[in-house]
Design a protein around this ligand. Structure first.
Ligand code: ZN
Length: 263
């Protein structure tokens, strides 16, 4: 007894065989355990494909056209092979040809499912990036506001000291070594001769030479700021200092040190 080919069983499972073929297959299945098992496995595969695909409505008539093509192919085949469902070489070749569009359709379904997952994954990633960039924009806006207040020419810098003491020159440095970021604010600074300037210095913790960190002259009230001077990144500081140099600045500090502060 010949068994029914997997291709024919698949056509049977998809219900695209004629009533006569269907009857012949059922008769065989009734007597043949291996073919019943094969059919069960194929039906399982079909069900899996159907379940795992997103159900999209087909364009009007598309389903009918698809199945009538399958039927036509199977019909042409049948005219040459009158007798039965039993496979011979040419029948198999034709059935395989019929089988191929279904395989292509199944492959497309599986592809569209995996594309669906990919699209979902990209959506989630996009949302998380949007959230993270919103946080960065908010943080940058706040940093901008801080800088604007600190460095605005119109900003009033007021030093509060114990009452009834004469104000002394002071400086405050905020330093972020990892970014080479430095903001300095000086108060109660003495006026300088026209050919002199104050110069700020970063004293590296490594013991290497002091790094020039900007020139400044106080305003009429004795206040001055240095905001983000160009500095190397990643230099831990031991201290900061302020000296008086000739206008144009110096590459090494000139004694005496007017202000200094250890980290
Ligand atoms: Zn069989």
């Amino acid at each position: 007894m010949h068994h029914i080919s997997p291709e024919d069983l698949a056509l049977y499972a998809m219900q695209v065989v004629t009533p006569e073929e269907s009857a012949a297959v059922r008769l065989h299945l009734h007597r043949c355990d291996p073919c019943r098992k094969e059919l069960a496995s194929l039906s399982g595969d079909l069900a899996f494909v159907a379940l795992s695909a997103d159900q999209q409505p087909l364009p009007a008539g598309a389903r009918d056209r698809f199945f009538s093509k399958l039927q036509a192919s199977a019909g042409a085949d049948r005219e040459r092979n009158q007798a039965s469902v039993v496979t011979n070489a040419s029948r198999r070749a034709n059935t395989v040809a019929t089988w191929v569009p279904w395989l292509a359709a199944a492959a497309l379904l599986i592809l569209s499912v995996s594309l669906g997952f990919e699209v979902q994954r990209l959506k989630v990633e996009l949302q998380s990036r949007a959230a993270s960039s919103a946080r960065q924009i908010a943080a940058a806006a706040r940093a901008q506001q801080v800088l604007e207040v600190l460095s605005a020419p119109a900003a009033q810098h007021v030093l509060l000291t114990a009452a009834k003491t004469s104000p002394v020159p002071t400086g405050r440095a905020v330093y972020l070594p990892a970014r080479g970021g430095l903001i300095f604010q000086g108060n109660n600074l003495a006026r300088l001769a026209e050919d002199k300037t104050y110069e700020l210095w970063v004293i590296p913790a490594s013991g290497s030479a002091p790094i020039p960190a900007g020139l400044f002259r106080p305003d009429a009230a004795g206040n001055a700021t240095v905001v983000l001077p160009p500095l190397p990144v990643g230099v831990p500081a031991k201290a900061f200092g302020v000296t008086i140099e000739r206008a144009g600045g110096s590459t090494t500090p000139t004694a005496p040190i007017i202000l200094s502060g250890a980290v």
